[in-house]
Design a protein around this ligand. Structure first.
Ligand code: HEC
Ligand code: HEC
Length: 342
């Protein structure tokens, strides 16, 4: 049967399928470690991170190479209330089973943070993970290092990893950064599908098509690979920007930044409800309905949200909405939350 004799609907479906397949071939085409990791001191075990080519290069500061010992030390600190002055540990709010987010505090999950350069919803810290962890240790927890220095086990472990006799806040931040950098997710059902190791359903594939085409325009900001773009956008959830909703404006005081937030990754999104910076949506269905019919056009709205598809709302059918949600759920990586090393 020639393409000509197909109904226009069937033709459209065929071209959508071809589109999806060509993207997938591209995504699957190579897998490699890009950077040569910095050398580690003798006696320590280097730890290598593997990631697909759809991820940007991973930059590891040369004074904080990844080691098995350093990551384990960071993990111990992360779970230990010794870092805070009020009995809280990092893991009190960042819960592993919900991909290191929390339902009540709407803490940002830790996935592939090594590629992140903008931290917190409003980008309160920009730079490396080491910078972000310095903020946590110095500003947020105001860690009292005398408690750590009184602990012989920590003293020995820091000496082993960083060669220091006395533990400083910087050493604590560096160990935490190693641990967070090791929390990589590249094994969702979607990743395995791209690697031709497993199947996804027709509905999920249709959802991917909506996500990755002008039908839904999601991919511009939630870019394939990390499913985030390390940038701030106003995605149209508010028409007035007061209180919690002023976004990046709170940091820059620039009116052009009103309502802009960092694009969050969509990896493990099924596990990290509620959604948006203030947790206003409880379900992915509500999020999709926002993009479908609720986008509010304001002076700082992202130009993507004014493209023709958004002119009168995305106008997705009920089936298309559920396809899109089904696709988002293929980004769940159960090996990430069940990994005993994490
Ligand atoms: C009281 C709950 C709580 C505790 C304890 C806590 N966090 Fe958070 N964390 C949050 C919340 C809420 C956010 C988002 C805040 C924002 O963006 O304004 C967040 C954001 C982050 C981010 C930013 C992630 C990103 O991609 O932007 C990192 C990294 C982080 N926390 C690490 C830590 C570490 C490390 C500790 C321990 C030293 C810690 N957190 C302790 C609640 C907590
Ligand atoms: C213009 C950039 C942009 C586009 C296009 C876009 N998003 Fe978003 N998305 C964002 C930003 C920014 C946020 C966070 C906003 C906030 O917290 O207030 C977000 C949040 C989300 C969240 C909640 C994440 C969380 O952790 O709370 C989901 C789910 C989501 N988007 C899915 C989609 C889907 C599906 C599409 C396509 C229909 C889409 N996005 C299109 C920028 C975008």
């Amino acid at each position: 049967m020639s393409i000509k004799s197909l109904s226009s609907n069937a033709k459209k479906r065929l071209s959508e399928a071809c589109f999806s397949i060509s993207i997938l071939v591209l995504l699957a085409s190579c897998h490699k470690q890009k950077e040569t990791p910095p050398p580690v001191s003798s006696g320590l075990t280097p730890y290598e991170i593997k990631y697909p080519f759809t991820f940007p290069a991973l930059n590891i500061p040369s004074d904080n190479p990844l080691t098995v010992e350093g990551i384990a030390l960071g993990k111990a600190l992360y779970g230990d209330p010794i870092l805070s002055n009020d009995g809280r540990s990092c893991s009190a709010c960042h819960v592993k089973s919900t991909s290191f987010s929390s339902f009540s505090a709407n803490a940002i999950p830790h996935i592939n943070e090594g590629w992140n350069t903008k931290f917190l919803w409003r980008g309160g810290v920009e730079g490396t993970l080491e910078d972000a962890m310095s903020f946590e240790v110095n500003e947020f927890f105001k860690t009292d290092v005398t408690k750590l220095n009184a602990n012989q086990d920590y003293k020995a472990r820091f000496k082993n990893v960083y060669g220091v006799e006395t533990i400083s806040r910087k050493d604590v931040a560096y160990a935490l950064a190693q641990y967070l950098r090791s929390l990589t997710s590249v094994d969702s059902r979607f990743d395995r599908y791209v690697r031709k190791e497993s199947m996804i359903t027709m509905s999920e594939l249709n959802g991917f098509y909506i996500f990755n085409s002008e039908k839904g325009e999601c991919f511009h900001c939630h870019s394939l690979g990390l499913f985030a773009d390390n940038a701030y956008h106003n995605n149209g959830i508010d028409s007035i920007f007061t209180g919690n909703n002023a976004g990046r404006y709170d940091v820059t005081k620039n009116p052009n930044d009103l309502g802009k937030f960092k694009t969050p990754t969509l990896r493990n999104i099924e596990l990290t409800a509620p959604y948006m910076h203030d947790g206003r949506y409880l379900t992915l269905e509500e999020v999709v309905e926002h993009y479908n019919s609720g986008v509010k056009k304001t002076a700082t709205i992202d130009p993507i949200m004014t493209l023709p598809s958004f002119e009168n709302g995305l106008q997705l059918t009920a089936q298309q909405k559920s396809d899109l949600v089904a696709f988002l759920k293929t980004l769940t990586d159960t090996s990430f939350v069940n990994n005993p090393l994490h």
